[in-house]
Write a protein that binds this ligand. Structure first.
Ligand code: ADP
Ligand code: ZN
Length: 187
């Protein structure tokens, strides 16, 4: 990002498969904002029960305090007028209403940084993320490393047998795979 907008907020999206460093990158950006003495608020959806409840935690154990919310509207209610930066992790788990929440915050002058999966375990666009990509000023796609072949990986391979779209888990349930090595079913 070279020229941040003046006098308005904006939306940044960090998206990619599991293990690609989305949470690490989100934490890096938010920590730098904190170092600049900006008021930073971080949210995550209640559905994400992995690791610590009141923190966002990366697979490499970086962490940042967060506020757990059960629906997107709660973010607007909790982000006061003095907030400069709002971070949202696991944004794919929110409903379509999260797009409007991000737009309202950006209109208010807030820098909004969201991180989430762009694809589900079958490679289909995930929840509100496609629309957020259309709305965002800045987009970064992070890639993991394919555990089969070492190529850059943009897919999350489900290892357990379940056809539920949301199956919470980490390396017990998912692994990073490239386009060539990804399979729709568990294997
Ligand atoms: P995400 O939020 O995208 O799931 P995290 O930021 O939580 O990713 O974790 C990224 C970290 O995961 C990496 O820095 C690395 O330590 C670890 N990791 C584990 N498996 C892989 C993999 N297959 N490819 C890349 N990083 C991996
Ligand atoms: Zn591969």
């Amino acid at each position: 990002m070279h020229l941040p907008p003046l006098g308005t907020g904006w939306i940044e999206v960090i998206c990619g498969p599991m293990f690609s460093g989305k949470t690490e990158e989100l934490i890096r950006r938010l920590r730098r904002a904190q170092i600049a003495r900006q008021n930073v608020l971080v949210f995550k959806p209640a559905v994400d029960s992995r690791y610590d409840k009141e923190k966002i935690v990366s697979h490499s154990s970086l962490e940042l305090d967060s506020v757990v919310v059960s629906k997107a509207g709660d973010i607007l209610a909790k982000a006061g007028r003095n907030v400069h930066v709002v971070g949202i992790d696991e944004v794919q788990f929110f409903g379509p209403g999260v797009v409007d929440v991000c737009k309202k915050l950006a209109r208010r002058g807030v820098r909004v940084v969201v991180a989430g999966l762009d694809q589900d375990y079958l490679g289909r666009p995930f929840g509100p993320v496609p629309e957020l990509l259309a709305e965002a000023e800045y987009i970064d796609k992070t890639l993991a490393i394919c555990v089969k072949c070492g190529n850059p990986a943009n897919r999350s391979q489900r290892k357990r047998r379940s056809s539920k779209r949301v199956l919470i888990g980490a390396s017990d349930s998912y692994e990073a795979r490239c386009r060539r090595c990804h399979r729709p079913g568990p294997r």
